[in-house]
Design a protein around this ligand. Structure first.
Ligand SMILES: Nc1nc2c(ncn2[C@@H]2O[C@H](COP(=O)(O)OP(=O)(O)OP(=O)(O)O)[C@@H](O)[C@H]2O)c(=O)[nH]1
Ligand SMILES: [Mg+2]
Length: 421
């Protein structure tokens, strides 16, 4: 946040949580309070209601609307935030009844993304996400246009667009789509230059420590913050794996329970780095009481974005905060460095298993071939016998074609090897 934003007093919020016959979700009320704080609000009170299904008119029951209105007056609240998504009609009626601004869950998350977007791509993507969420709601959303001044949901790249009519919103959406497509083409070209590299992506719930792990493993300096959705773009760095060359490690946006669909569709370019990975490091916070629920959220979000089939390695981060060592997965700490060597070994071991291994034998030494192999293959072993015979156990990094032709040109021998190294 800028200094200006910090000096603005927090927006006075009443949080309304509605239980709809399911558990509170991975984060529960605490996560909502954190989201509101990240968006620049302070929760003065929380009002809860259990419902079999939402009220069609005002989402919460009529008596509850009166209770919320009374409480908002008493506490001089300006804003009501709900832990679900509302129809435009429900928002309008609640706003009229309570005389407060009403923000639903998706709008709240979009507001945080708008605040935290730093790069051009992230700004365009969040503006697109906000417009796509707002467009079908424009007719019933007169209240949005009367939301003048600063505050949750009125800030960010999308704010001016909220004042235009549907036609102009559609035109803006198409401009944004074109600009993003151009950015994505550029990014794809840059990625294709690294197509043969072994690609590893960090994924996980927001605040699990993905950026911290990138920094610790690659000596990078991605900003790390104890707030939700600190990272909204993609950073890739080379990761040197002991004894097995260099992989490409990428960090990107975190997930959350019920990640809004509009974000999933608008952040396609950013999420490509997850979909195109050879291996996902599924980073989870071991110290979090909801760690299992959050893991389930991450797994189902990976399915939603089309990355469900990519092999993954479970990494329990923040081991310094908890003595717990759950079975399955590795325990690490980005903070203290504990377990990072084991993590690199595990990544390296996985990579080696995905490669095709060969044994190259030369009766007479051939420096040219040996040098080429060293530069273009993973070399597991290289043994010279007394008779002068050299045997190299290696895996080509870019397919076997060139290895075969170079071996033939050097009159050496090539045998596929069952052994994964
Ligand atoms: N104690 C401890 N804190 C950690 C560790 N790793 C990360 N953190 C802290 O956890 C918070 C979140 O870390 P980030 O690396 O920004 O998490 P992230 O997963 O990238 O979060 P988003 O980008 O918001 O999705 C920061 O305050 C970090 O300092 C760790 O191993 N131990
Ligand atoms: Mg991050």
């Amino acid at each position: 946040m800028t200094t200006l934003e910090r000096s603005t007093p927090p927006e006075r919020v009443i949080l309304v949580t509605v239980g709809l016959g399911r558990s509170a979700g991975a984060g529960g009320d605490e996560e909502m309070v954190r989201l509101i704080g990240t968006a620049g609000g302070a929760v003065l009170d929380t009002i809860h209601q259990n419902l079999a299904r939402p009220d069609a008119v005002s989402f919460v029951g009529r008596g509850k609307v009166e209770e919320i209105t009374r409480r908002a007056e008493e506490l001089e609240a300006t804003t009501i935030v709900l832990n679900h998504n509302l129809t435009p009609g429900q928002v309008t009626r609640l706003e009229r009844a309570t005389r407060c601004k009403v923000i639903d869950r998706t709008e709240l998350i979009l507001a945080i993304f708008a605040l935290n977007a730093r790069t051009v791509q992230a700004r365009l993507q969040i503006e697109l996400a906000q417009l796509r969420y707002t467009l079908p709601r424009l007719s019933g959303m007169w209240h949005h246009f009367s939301r003048l001044g600063a505050g949750i949901g009125t800030r960010g790249p999308g704010e001016t667009q909220l004042e235009v009519d549907r036609r102009r919103a559609r035109a803006r959406i198409s401009t944004l789509e074109t600009r993003l497509a151009a950015l994505e083409t550029g990014a794809r070209l840059r990625r294709s230059a690294r197509a043969e590299m072994f690609k590893v992506s960090l994924v996980g719930y927001t605040n699990a420590g993905k950026s911290s792990l990138l920094n610790a493993l690659c000596e990078a300096s991605v900003p790390v913050e104890d707030k939700l959705f600190a990272t909204l773009d993609t950073t890739s760095r080379r990761l040197s794996l002991p004894g097995s060359g260099t992989a490409l490690l990428s960090d990107t946006v975190g997930f959350i329970d019920r990640l809004p669909e509009t974000l999933v569709t608008s952040f396609q370019g950013t999420l490509d780095v997850v979909r195109e990975a050879d291996l996902l490091l599924l980073v989870a916070d071991i110290s979090c009481p909801d760690r299992e629920e959050r893991l389930a959220v991450v797994t189902s979000t990976l399915d939603r974005i089309g990355a469900g089939g990519i092999p993954r390695l479970l990494v329990w981060n923040k081991a310094d905060l908890s003595p717990r060592r759950p079975p399955g997965g590795l325990s690490v700490s980005a903070l203290t460095g504990e377990g990072l060597e084991d993590l690199m070994d595990a990544v390296s071991g996985f990579w080696k298993k995905t490669l095709a291994w060969y044994t190259v034998s030369m009766d007479i030494p051939h420096g040219g071939l040996e040098n080429w192999i060293r530069r273009n293959c993973l070399v597991e072993s290289s043994v010279k016998s007394d008779s002068g015979r050299t045997v190299i156990h290696c895996a080509p990094l870019r397919g076997k074609g060139e290895l075969v032709s170079r071996v033939n040109a050097a009159s050496a021998e090539l045998q596929p090897s069952e052994d994964a190294g």
